[in-house]
Design a protein around this ligand. Structure first.
Ligand code: ADP
Length: 399
């Protein structure tokens, strides 16, 4: 096996990983991908090769598996040692949700950086601690190996004040209450892919719709993010699998003031019981909703599509035009139905969808004469993280 970069994406009860080997100064190839989920409960570990073949799989009886992230990382690294054989772990790239207002790009982890990243926990209390959890364990398991934190927020750090502020007293902006934007690693990857496959578009005005379980959209002008539908947290903007998306703050006042709901109750409601799941009462999964005959499923999809279409208009306005609309992530890459329904209302913006190309999931799904090009670009946040780790390795080698 070849020397490789390990990419880790740790959530509250899971660690997703991928193994990527450098193939050039700024290219990598995925060798394996996997995850350990249900940490502390019904734990399941799986590793697959790049072509989807199962390389290893373990299911533990309830409570008998790894009890925490340290133990879970041990399972991954034991498997990795066998997988890599004599080859080395060159670097470890971590997905970290929040880089605050200072980190405009990835950063090599040092004790001082870790201290700064811990200070950001109050800005993302549900995600940041889990993202940081494996870093120390990796330091023990692979002493001296370069670790790099890659942030979901960095790509958006060039936003104007108007795009970044809330119109509440300025002191809150100074305290960090800002619209940070998220999914930045996905948008950065899509921007890089566009440079390769459609350079004219990459230098133009592009709206990217990242539609997965989490969903957001980004306005990208000449490769730079200028606006995002996500704000202070990853709750804002589009309705998602289980998250509410945009909400009048008065609703919160009502829930907590008039209805007496507590902060944990509202948190649970907005993060886990809303969005497609809350509206349909059926499922957070778009495939389930598309297969359902229940009118609530149809209403949830209507809401989802309507919010996307509204945001295409808003983001085009933020850039003063639009040259391309890009769909990415699970729903964006796979649901011809959602793409068609979004585009059906966008003829006024120069969108002319090619129905056949859309049904077949082609790379370009707009008709040849369409003023606005519509494309599907498959995202890969883990590739972006591996590329950042590779860049950090070169920077270290030069220093
Ligand atoms: P995550 O944000 O967890 O990475 P994904 O990007 O994998 O999520 O997207 C998951 C979403 O993609 C789910 O709503 C799922 O139903 C949807 N999806 C995946 N494949 C299809 C498909 N063929 N048709 C419609 N929706 C799909």
């Amino acid at each position: 096996m070849s020397d490789s970069i390990l990419v880790l994406n740790a959530g509250s009860s899971s660690i997703k990983f991928s193994v990527q080997t450098p193939t050039g100064p700024d290219t990598v190839r995925m060798l394996a991908v996997g995850q350990i989920e249900g940490i502390g409960t019904h734990t399941h570990f799986i590793a697959k090769s790049a072509d989807g073949a199962v390389l290893a799989e373990t299911r533990w009886p309830d409570g008998a598996g790894p009890a925490n992230h340290d133990a879970a990382l041990h399972v991954i690294s034991e498997w990795l040692d066998g997988f890599l054989g004599d080859a080395r772990v060159l670097a470890v790239g971590h997905r970290v949700v929040h880089g605050g207002s200072n980190y405009t790009g990835p950063v090599a982890i040092t004790p001082a950086v870790m201290a700064k990243l811990r200070e950001l926990v109050p800005l993302a209390p549900l995600h940041q601690p889990h993202n940081l959890a494996p870093i120390e364990a990796v330091g023990t398991r692979y002493p001296g190996v370069l670790q790099v934190a890659c942030f979901d927020t960095s790509f958006h750090r060039g936003h104007s004040f108007a795009a970044e502020a809330f119109a509440i007293p300025y002191k809150f902006y100074e305290q960090g209450v800002r619209r940070y934007g998220f999914h930045g690693l996905s948008y950065e990857y899509v921007s890089r892919r566009l440079l390769e496959i459609a350079p004219d578009i990459a230098h133009g005005k592009v709206v990217v719709a990242h539609l997965g379980n989490g969903a957001s959209m980004c306005a990208i002008s000449d490769g730079a993010s200028v606006e995002s539908t996500m704000g202070f947290t990853a709750l804002d903007g589009l309705a998602m699998g289980t998250r509410s998306g945009q909400l009048d703050p008065g609703v919160l006042l009502h829930l907590m003031g008039s209805l007496g709901m507590t902060v944990p109750e509202v948190t649970r409601l907005l993060y886990h019981e809303s969005g497609l799941k809350g509206l349909s009462g059926i499922s957070s999964d778009m495939r389930d909703l598309e297969q359902s005959a229940d009118p609530h499923a149809a209403a949830a999809i209507d809401y989802f599509v309507y919010a996307i279409r509204k945001q295409v208009g808003a983001l085009a306005a933020a850039m003063g035009g639009i040259d391309a609309l890009i769909f990415t992530a699970g729903i964006g890459e796979n649901s011809a139905n959602v793409r068609r329904r979004v585009c059906d209302g966008l003829q006024w913006l120069g969108v002319d969808l090619d129905g056949d190309a859309n049904d077949h999931g082609a790379d370009v799904i707009s008709a040849p004469g369409s003023r606005t090009r519509v494309m599907i670009v498959r995202t890969s946040e883990e590739t972006m993280i591996a590329l950042h780790a590779l860049e950090a390795m070169s920077a270290e080698a030069v220093a």
